[in-house]
Design a protein around this ligand. Structure first.
Ligand code: PMP
Length: 450
C-alpha cells in the first residue's frame, strides 16, 4: 500500500483546512470531521490515520483500472521528463494524434472519426454543444441553436452543462442559458421498483422529444443530450427501447443525438461504450473520467463521420485561418495523453471491459440480496453500477444518505450518495470477494443507520 500519513509539516486542524473551498461538499461539517485520503493502491484507499478503505465508487466513477497502476504512473513520469507542456493551438505534439487514433479505433460501430480534447467532463459537454451548433451553422442551418436535455440529467457544471442538465439546485442557484428545454427523466418507482437491469416500462417517455419538436419547431433544435445511464442523480436506467426511440426521432427531424458517456464510457457497462451496449449510435459522445483512469484530468468529444468534415467545409466557404473557434490551453495536455494511452493499453490487455461484463450478473445478484434490508426502497443496476434508494427521513431528506456514507466510511467502504440514493461503481478490477465485502458492509451500515 502506497501513502498513508499526512505530508510533513501539515496537520489537519480546522485552521489549516479552512482556506480550501471544497466542491459539492458540506464544508463546515467536513472541516469538523475531516475524511482525508493519503494513498491508494488497487481496490483501496488509505486514510490519514492509516486505515484501508475499499473503493466502491472508483473514486468518482473514474478509476476503472484500479489505483496506482505502475504502467500509467511510469508513462506520466516519462512524459513529464520529456515534454512537460506543449500548446495545441496551431502546433501539435505526437501523443494527441496517437490518442485520438486509438479512440477512433475503439469507438462504437466504427462510426466516429474525430476527437476533440478537453480537460473534464464539464468541458467536454460544453465543447459538444458548441460542435453541434457549429455543425448546423456550417450546413446553413444556423437557426438550430436549441438543446434538449432531461430532468435529473447531469452534464457537469459549465453553463452549457447546467442548462441542459436537470438538477433543481443548479436551477435555483444559477442562471441558465436561454434556449434549452427538458424531457422527463425515465424513472418511475411504481413501475420499475427492483427492476434488474433495464426496466421494461418507459420507452414511451422518448416521445417527449416529439412534443418538444412540436412546441419549439424541430428546425430550431440543434441537439438532444442524455446520459445513457444517469449516474450522478441516482442511477436512472434507460427503459428498453427508449434510446432507440430517441434515435429515430432525432433522425426524423435532423437533430444531433449526444450521449454523455462520461460515466458509462470505458467499460462501466461491460462494453467500451454504452452506445455499443445498447446498440444505438449517437452522433456525438462526450467522455472523461475513465479515459485516463482519473490520473490526469482529461475530457474528450468523439464525433460521428461527417460532422468534422461539415465544419471544415463550412469554414472553407467562410475563409479564415481557424475552422472551429474553441479550445483550451490544456487541450491534449501531454501528461493527460500519456496517461490516456497507458490506460487504454491496460483496458485492452487485461480485458477489463469483458471482466466487467462477466461480473455484472454476480454484482446484480449481490445487490438484489439486499432487498428487505432496513430503509431500502429500491435497488437498480446495470453493468457494474448499482443504485440503492433509501426511504428519506421526513424531517431531514438527505440526512440518512449522508449518515450511511459516514458510517460506511468508518467501516472501511467508500460509497457515493446523492440525497438518499447510494450509488456504487467499483473499479473494474474487483473480484467476487470485493463484491461480497461491499454488500455485506452496506447491509451492516444500513441496519445501524437511523
Ligand atoms: N457528465 C456526466 C454524465 C458526469 O457524470 C459528469 C461528472 N460526474 C460530468 C459530465 C462532469 O464531469 P467533470 O466533473 O469532470 O466536469
Amino acid at each position: 500500500m502506497e501513502g498513508g500519513g499526512l505530508p510533513q509539516g501539515f496537520e489537519a486542524t480546522p485552521n489549516n483546512l479552512e482556506p480550501f473551498w471544497m466542491p459539492f461538499t458540506w464544508n463546515r461539517r467536513f472541516k469538523e470531521q475531516p475524511k482525508l485520503i493519503t494513498g491508494a493502491d488497487g481496490m483501496h484507499y488509505t486514510t490519514h490515520d492509516g486505515r484501508e478503505v475499499l473503493d466502491g465508487t472508483a473514486g468518482l466513477w473514474c478509476v476503472n483500472a484500479g489505483h496506482n497502476r505502475r504502467r500509467i504512473v511510469e508513462a506520466v513520469q516519462q512524459q513529464v521528463a520529456q515534454l512537460d507542456y506543449a500548446p495545441t493551438f496551431q502546433l501539435g505534439h505526437p501523443l494527441t494524434f496517437q490518442l485520438a487514433n486509438q479512440l477512433v479505433q475503439m469507438a462504437p460501430q466504427g462510426a466516429f472519426d474525430h476527437v476533440f480534447f478537453a480537460n473534464s467532463g464539464s468541458e467536454a459537454v460544453d465543447s459538444a454543444l458548441k460542435i453541434a451548433m457549429a455543425y448546423h451553422r456550417a450546413r446553413g442551418q444556423g437557426e438550430r441553436r436549441r438543446f434538449i436535455g432531461r430532468e435529473r440529467g447531469y452534464h457537469g457544471v459549465g453553463f452549457g452543462g447546467i442548462s441542459v442538465g436537470g438538477i433543481t439546485n443548479n436551477r435555483r442557484m444559477f442562471a441558465e442559458l436561454p434556449g434549452t428545454d427538458h424531457m422527463r427523466h425515465t424513472f418511475d418507482l411504481k413501475e420499475q421498483a427492483y427492476s434488474r437491469g433495464q426496466p421494461d416500462w418507459g420507452a414511451h417517455l422518448a416521445d417527449d422529444l416529439e412534443r418538444m419538436c412540436a412546441l419549439h419547431g424541430a428546425e430550431t433544435i440543434a441537439g438532444v443530450i442524455v446520459e445513457p445511464v444517469a449516474g450522478s442523480t441516482g442511477v436512472l436506467l434507460p427503459p428498453k427501447g427508449y434510446l432507440q426511440r430517441l434515435r429515430e426521432i432525432c433522425d426524423k427531424h435532423g437533430i444531433l443525438l449526444i450521449f454523455d458517456e462520461v460515466i458509462t464510457g470505458f467499460g462501466r457497462l461491460g462494453s467500451g461504450f454504452a452506445a455499443e451496449y445498447f446498440g444505438v449510435t449517437p452522433d456525438i459522445i462526450t467522455l472523461a473520467k475513465g479515459i485516463t483512469n482519473g490520473v490526469v484530468p482529461m475530457g474528450a468529444v468523439m464525433v460521428r463521420e461527417g460532422i468534422y468534415d461539415s465544419v471544415m467545409a463550412g469554414a472553407e466557404r467562410g475563409g479564415g485561418t481557424i475552422e472551429f473557434f474553441h479550445g483550451y490551453t490544456y487541450t491534449g495536455h501531454p501528461l493527460a495523453c500519456a496517461a490516456g494511452l497507458a490506460t487504454l493499453e491496460i483496458y485492452k490487455e487485461e480485458e477489463l471491459f469483458q471482466r466487467a461484463a462477466r461480473l455484472a450478473p454476480v454484482w446484480e445478484d449481490a445487490l438484489h440480496n439486499l432487498k428487505g434490508t432496513r430503509h431500502i426502497k429500491d435497488l437498480r443496476n446495470l453493468g457494474l453500477i448499482a443504485g440503492i434508494e433509501l426511504e428519506s427521513r421526513p424531517d431531514a431528506p438527505g440526512q440518512r444518505g449522508y449518515d450511511a456514507f459516514t458510517r460506511a466510511w468508518e467501516k472501511g467502504l467508500l460509497i457515493r450518495v446523492t440525497g438518499d440514493i447510494i450509488a456504487l461503481s467499483p473499479p473494474l478490477i474487483l473480484d467476487e470477494g470485493h463484491i461480497d465485502r461491499i454488500f455485506q458492509t452496506l447491509k451492516e451500515t444500513l441496519e445501524e443507520t437511523d
